[in-house]
Design a protein around this ligand. Structure first.
Ligand SMILES: C[S@@+](CC[C@H](N)C(=O)[O-])C[C@H]1O[C@@H](n2cnc3c(N)ncnc32)[C@H](O)[C@@H]1O
Ligand code: SF4
Length: 422
């Protein structure tokens, strides 16, 4: 039988950053509409992962990448011919569709639930607002959940809901509750501006939100209002307090630092972590369409760190996980932490494990890349899971090694942040 390699077919050879394995490859072949996946060696696989692969390959109706490890019995394992067991000892442990050509495994999905927002932050959107996508072209509840299920089946174990402001979407609690039922999804996180948080917190907790990031760029009410172009400082502070009361620990606070606006508040934000279980994350100001970014307004990680060290010279670095975007520190004796998101001065592309779906259903494999593929259109044209996965796999396969650097990004056409979902 003659096989044709599909769009999704990838042969990946060579060493990749962060992976000990010398080779990674999954070859997908198709013939007359039937898809054949031929996994090859991948020495990073654990025995447990290999077993999953082994059993699922025995069943042509099962995706080779779904989580069936829990159901694996010794008898089932022994029912597989010895030769096959040997081959499968080294098979790929993570979905090929979500693994890019540099070996990065994308197990973290950010879904934007809406393009709308009740604030107008200067760094996120142009003053005149953005042109909103007609409602019918945004993902419906069912479409959001279908995509979430598909990605989780393939190995995504963390989903962050963002926007626009995700907590203004009327079905947000329903969406979270349904996502909570997805087997394999370990973490549901929400990034919010905090305006509706205090009111919604009990429902969010009950629905199953594990992590909260709350944006707050100033501790001075008038300055807060200047930055976000709306009132609401006290509501956000109330949301932060209530999240702490309800046991979220840490409560992450996102602060975009901009020269001449709030960089003079760095030390006040650090001081907040003395008595509260907060992780204040200072984010380098990033360029997006319409936000008037310029290099001089950006305060780099190193500059922030130097300033904070002048006040707290014994600031300690806290080791993080491999794919963590934040560089985390702690003032000895303080309850909370601080972190720096250094997307501009020290990118974390080599360990990037994130994919994004915009509110209108486009998959973005890089925050700073303008290539997109519409999963909404695929869903609406009746694509099967297999077909969707091929399209997702092809997009992930095209992901670049790293973004083009801050100056190129600032010249590049991209959506405003509010239409991407941070
Ligand atoms: C786009 S917002 C969406 C969620 C929610 N509305 C909020 O503000 O938290 C997600 C995050 O992106 C951050 N963000 C937006 N524009 C940014 C920019 N130009 N540079 C750095 N961070 C930015 C915001 O501070 C926020 O923490
Ligand atoms: S950062 Fe969040 S709160 Fe501010 S305008 Fe963007 S989406 Fe709205």
């Amino acid at each position: 039988m003659a096989f044709r390699s599909t769009m999704c077919c990838r042969l990946i050879l060579g060493r990749h950053a962060g992976l000990e394995a010398p080779t990674v490859r999954i070859v997908q072949l198709s013939s007359r509409g039937k898809v054949w996946r031929v996994p090859r060696f991948y020495s990073g696989a654990t025995q447990e992962e290999n077993k999953v692969e082994l059993l699922s390959l025995g069943d042509s109706n099962t995706s080779p990448y779904t989580h069936v490890a829990e159901n694996t019995s010794k008898e089932q394992e022994l029912a597989i011919p010895r030769s096959r067991r040997r081959i499968l000892k080294d098979v790929l442990p993570f979905s090929a569709f979500l693994t890019d050509s540099f070996g990065r495994r994308h197990n973290y999905l950010r879904i934007s639930l809406t393009e709308k927002c009740n604030l107008r932050c200067q760094y996120c959107m142009p003053e005149e607002g953005v042109k909103l996508t007609p409602r019918a072209q945004l993902l419906s509840t069912e479409e959001v959940l279908t995509l979430a299920r598909l990605f989780v089946q393939e190995g995504v174990d963390k989903i962050r809901l963002t926007g626009g402001e995700p907590l203004i979407r009327p079905d947000v609690l329903h969406i979270i509750g349904e996502m909570r039922k997805l087997e394999g999804l370990k973490t549901i996180a929400v990034t919010t501006n905090g305006m509706n948080l205090a009111r919604l917190l009990p429902g969010l907790k009950e629905a199953g939100v594990d992590l909260l990031n709350i944006s707050l760029d100033s501790l001075v009410p008038a300055k807060f209002e200047f930055i976000v172009r709306r009132k609401g400082f006290h509501k956000v502070m109330e949301g932060i307090e209530k999240a702490i009361e309800m046991g979220y620990n840490p409560v992450k606070v996102n602060c975009v630092v901009m020269r001449g606006l709030n960089e003079d508040e760095l030390l006040d934000f650090v001081a907040l972590t003395e008595k509260k279980p907060l992780e204040v994350r200072f984010i380098e100001y990033m360029p997006f369409d319409g936000n008037k970014w310029n290099f001089k307004k950006m305060v780099s990680y190193q500059e922030m760190l130097d300033r904070i060290r002048q006040q707290w010279p014994d600031l300690e670095s806290v080791p993080g996980g491999y794919a963590d975007t934040a560089k985390t520190f702690k003032v000895p004796g303080f309850q909370g932490h601080i972190g720096f998101i250094t997307s501009m001065s020290d990118n974390f592309c080599s360990s990037c494990n994130r994919l994004r779906i915009t509110a209108d259903g486009s998959l973005k494999v890089c925050l700073f890349g303008n290539s997109e593929v519409s999963l909404r259109d695929c869903l609406r044209s009746g694509a099967s899971d297999e077909e969707l996965l091929e399209i997702i796999g092809a997009a992930v396969g095209r992901k670049k090694k790293q973004h083009a650097g801050m100056f190129s990004i600032s010249q590049m056409k991209n959506r405003p942040m509010i239409l991407i979902g941070g």
